[in-house]
Every structure is written in C-alpha cells, then in structure tokens.
Design a protein around this ligand. Structure first.
Ligand code: PMP
Length: 341
C-alpha cells in the first residue's frame, strides 16, 4: 500500500435518502423539464462510441463568456475534487506542505495526504476570520494554500485584505475555492492575471444544481494550466457531462431563478433560526448555515428520527438550504425539540 494513504480516514460520503435531505449543500431544485428536454434532444445526437473532447473546447468557450477569463487558462474536471487532486499531483509531493484554515472542506487535507504532502490546518480566529500570520508563517514557501471563499462550514467570505496579504507575503501557490460563488457573487477573478501563483476553482455542483454530473473548472495562469495538463488523463470529462454543463450555461435565466430562490430562503432560514431560543446562527454567503446549540448531538439525532438529515461538524451543526417546505419543516422540528430540553 502507498504509505501516503496509511493514516487517512476515508471521506464519509455515503448517500442517505431521507425525506428531508439538508446535509451536503446540494441544490434542492432538480433541472426543470425545459432543460431536461434539451438534454434529451442532445443525447440523440451524441456519438457514444467516440471518446469525449479531451480539451472540452466548446464548454471552455462558454465558460470564457461566463467568467470573463480566457478559455486558454481554463481547465475542466470531474468536480472540484478532481481539480484539487490535479493541483496536488502537479504541484505537491514530498517536502511540500498543504495548508488550509480549519474548519474547512476536508478534501484539501485528504487529497494533500494522498499526494504525499505534509498537511497543516491553521485554526480560524473565534470570529471565523483567517489567522493570516499563522498561514504566512507556515506557508512562506513550498506550500499550496487552500482558501474556500465562502468557507465551508462557516459560510463567511474571509476579509479580502487577509487573503491578498497571504498571496503577497508567501512564495506559495494560493488556491481560492469559489464553490459557492453563484450564491456569494464574490470572486477573485478580477485579480487572477496579476498573480502567477493564484488559482481559482469552481464547480457546477452547487449554484447550477449539477452535483450528479460532476463538473468543475480551474482558472489560473498559462504555466500553471500547462502543469496541470501533465497530470490530467486525456479524456477525463465525459461527453454527457460536457454537453449538460454547456446546455445549463446557455440556460442561465432559469438557473439564476433557482439561485435567487435559494438566497431568499437562506435569509428566511437565518432569521427564523436566529429567533429560536438556544440557537446561535451564523450569517452565510453560501447555500448553508452553520449554527450552535447546547447539545448538538441530541438535536442531530432527534431531527434524524423525524427524517431530517443535517450535518454535524465538530461542536456545530450545519444545515443546507432546501425548498421552502423543507426549511419550514426543519425550523418547526428544531423549535419543537429545543422546547423539550
Ligand atoms: N469546495 C468546497 C468548499 C465544498 O464545500 C465542496 C462540497 N461540499 C466542494 C468543493 C466539492 O465540489 P465538487 O462537487 O465540485 O467536487
């Protein structure tokens, strides 16, 4: 066995189908029939016997329009997870450090270990801001620093000045993970071309509601992208995924409608969660809310018994934004449970 993976705990991503599933930040809206019909029509035209486009040119062209970043410096993969793997296979390895704030998306650490890097988590400050000095000290050089923006599970976007300081005061690679960009509408794209060591990853899993087709993309400088191409298998992104992502990029009005609905629901959920005695909820710019209560395990288990699945993260609980009916049921269940204690 590869010694790098001896001490890894596997990412627990077992699918659990409960009536109200608010655990892993999925978009609660399935694609509408209009888009599904377009996909069906497209399927009739696909040559399934042929390998997919290795460069996914058509998709990258559409992404250029969507992001404002040249298609030459965009690379696509099977979700952000695969892109994190490419980054670390290309830039990580022996004597390299992977640095991330904690708590954050666990895959930076897991993939960092797989790639043979030393992994270092730097705890966030009590107000969930970055410990900028700590990150700079550890990651001065030979490091790949991951910053989720907004962060999972805290839901906040870290102060821009702190992130810029990290980029400027280290000689390391800084990866900004904008998985929740469609909800936060905050991005580092505008300054991407100014820094050779900066990369941005995004996904279709959240705002676009396409977690099931696995599609993500990375934007970086040309040398960085060339480096990633050395580790990317030629036909990594299958034809169906490329076509469906393309169709959804063309149907932005419908997708945007869902995103706005989720943002509205997020504000509703935050307000109503905050009103409950015994709950401290944290403001979020993503499609989930982190909250605190005295006995998180007990509330988690009670909700589970009622068919509501959320996520326990250390001493906190995290709930994804669902449809209004689901959010209402969740609030009602939390209220009822906290009254009992
Ligand atoms: N980045 C962050 C910050 C996430 O929270 C998640 C998933 N929860 C991902 C990436 C995963 O994205 P993908 O589905 O594209 O692998």
């Amino acid at each position: 066995m590869n010694p790098n993976i001896l001490n890894i705990s596997p990412y627990n991503a077992e699918r659990e189908d409960l009536p109200i599933k608010l655990d892993i930040m999925e978009n609660p809206h399935n694609l509408p029939q209009k888009i599904k019909n377009k996909i069906k029509k497209k399927i009739d035209k696909i040559s399934f016997n042929r390998y997919p486009s290795p460069s996914a040119l058509a998709l990258r062209e559409k992404l250029e329009t969507y992001t404002g970043v040249s298609k030459e410096v965009i690379l696509v993969g099977n979700g952000s997870d695969e892109l994190i793997l490419y980054i670390l296979l290309a830039c990580g390895g022996f004597k390299k450090k992977v640095i991330f704030p904690t708590p954050t998306f666990p895959m930076y650490e897991i993939i960092g270990k797989i790639a043979g890097c030393e992994t270092i988590g730097i705890p966030l400050k009590p107000d969930f801001e970055l410990n900028c000095e700590g990150i700079i000290k550890e990651g001065k050089k030979n490091s790949i620093i991951f910053i989720a923006y907004p962060n999972n599970p805290t839901g906040n976007c870290f102060e821009i000045e702190a992130i810029l300081k990290i980029i400027k005061e280290t000689e390391s690679i800084v990866v900004i993970d904008e998985a929740y960009f469609e909800f936060s509408k905050k991005t580092f794209v505008d300054i991407l071309s100014q820094y050779d060591r900066l990369a941005i990853i995004r996904t279709f899993s959240k705002g676009f509601g396409l977690a099931g087709i696995r599609c993500g993309y990375i934007m970086a400088n040309p040398q960085f992208i060339d480096c990633l191409k050395l580790v990317k298998p030629p036909y990594n992104l299958n034809t169906l995924t490329q076509e469906i992502a393309l169709i959804c990029l063309k149907e932005r009005d419908i997708i945007n409608g869902f995103i706005e609905k989720i943002i509205k629901e997020r504000e509703w959920l935050y307000l109503n969660l905050s009103k409950i005695k015994g709950i401290i909820a944290y403001r979020s710019l993503a499609n989930f809310i982190l909250f605190k209560t005295k006995n998180p395990q007990s509330l988690y288990s009670s909700l589970l018994k009622e068919g509501i699945l959320i996520k326990k993260v250390d001493d906190y609980l995290r709930v994804s934004i669902g449809k209004h009916k689901e959010n209402k049921a969740f609030i009602r269940a939390v209220e009822a449970n906290l009254k009992i204690y």
